[in-house]
Design a protein around this ligand. Structure first.
Ligand code: COA
Length: 258
């Protein structure tokens, strides 16, 4: 499938999805969100892809937010629909993908851009990156999960400060508050993420999928994360990867997961 606003690349078992509207700082318009939805569904279902890296085109922005020009005239119900559709189509899809998704934050990650990075399983930033949720400066609030995920990642006080002030924080400050796992130079960003992805890709993909489901359960209403962990742990015992992983250990060799 060919896309207008995103680029797809695959090297061995690692897929890179690049949001490609650099002239608009990769702002998320309707087409881009729809294409991201398709690309993530395809990559997540592709058994040859073990890790996905999500990044932005150019050296200035990861994503500078939802496309403001598209929603400036919306009314109350269109606004609610925009948030709901986006959350279901892309943001929840990424969070619940069973293939690991790493955000390579290569510049501005603002509003919907930071929300996109936060929906990923974890984040690596380049040292020029700037992150923030500036929605209140536009008279609106984050609508793609930002009020929830920022509080989960950085704590309630930091989330409220960032949301209320609309301030951008540096990559180093994002590292300090747990929003990103690493900060590297811009040149190092993709190679660093690819190295991490390669490391992850050597492990059991069924066990990784189970781990994602169990960790996410902690943040879902009405689900007991410990119970989900027990269920996922038990399920692992019925997988070929479990047989291969334990057998390889006992035979003192490296496992070869299918
Ligand atoms: N939606 C739509 N267009 C956007 C955008 C967004 N969120 N962010 C940037 N753009 C567009 C600009 O309108 C401009 O387009 P133009 O050249 O056709 O006028 C282009 O991207 C370049 O942006 P510009 O503002 O000229 O770059 P800058 O370096 O001066 O400033 C930012 C960079 C990120 C500080 C600034 O673009 C900005 O504040 N963007 C909006 C951030 C935001 O509020 N996001 C949350 C949205 S909910």
């Amino acid at each position: 499938m060919s896309y207008k606003n995103i680029l797809l690349e695959q090297q061995e078992s690692i897929a890179t999805i690049t949001i490609n509207r650099p002239e608009k700082l990769n702002a998320l318009n309707k087409t881009t969100l729809e294409e991201l939805h398709e690309a993530i569904i395809d990559a997540n279902a592709n058994t040859n892809i073990r890790v996905i890296i999500l990044t932005g085109s150019g050296d200035k922005a990861f994503v500078a937010g939802a496309d403001i020009s598209e929603f400036a005239n919306y009314d109350v119900s269109q606004g609610a629909d925009l948030a709901k559709r986006g959350q279901i189509l892309v943001f929840d899809l990424i969070q619940n993908a069973t293939t690991p998704i790493i955000a390579a934050v290569n510049g501005f990650a603002l509003g919907g851009g930071l929300e996109l990075a936060m929906a990923c399983h974890f984040r690596v930033a380049s040292d020029n990156a700037k992150m923030g949720l500036p929605e209140v400066s536009l008279g609106v609030i984050p609508g793609y999960g930002g009020t929830q995920r920022l509080a989960q990642l950085a704590g309630k006080g930091k989330a409220l400060e960032m949301i209320m002030s609309a301030n951008m924080i540096s990559a180093d400050d994002a590292l300090k508050c747990g929003l990103v796992n690493y900060v590297v130079t811009q040149e190092e960003l993709l190679p660093f993420c690819e190295k991490l992805a390669t490391r992850i890709s050597r492990n059991s993909s069924t066990a990784i999928a189970a781990a994602i489901t169990a960790v996410n359960a902690n943040f879902e209403d009405g689900i007991n994360g410990f119970d989900e962990e027990v269920k996922q742990f038990g399920n692992c015992f019925g997988t070929p990867d479990f047989i291969e992983g334990t057998t390889a250990f006992l035979e003192k060799r490296k496992p070869e997961f299918e």
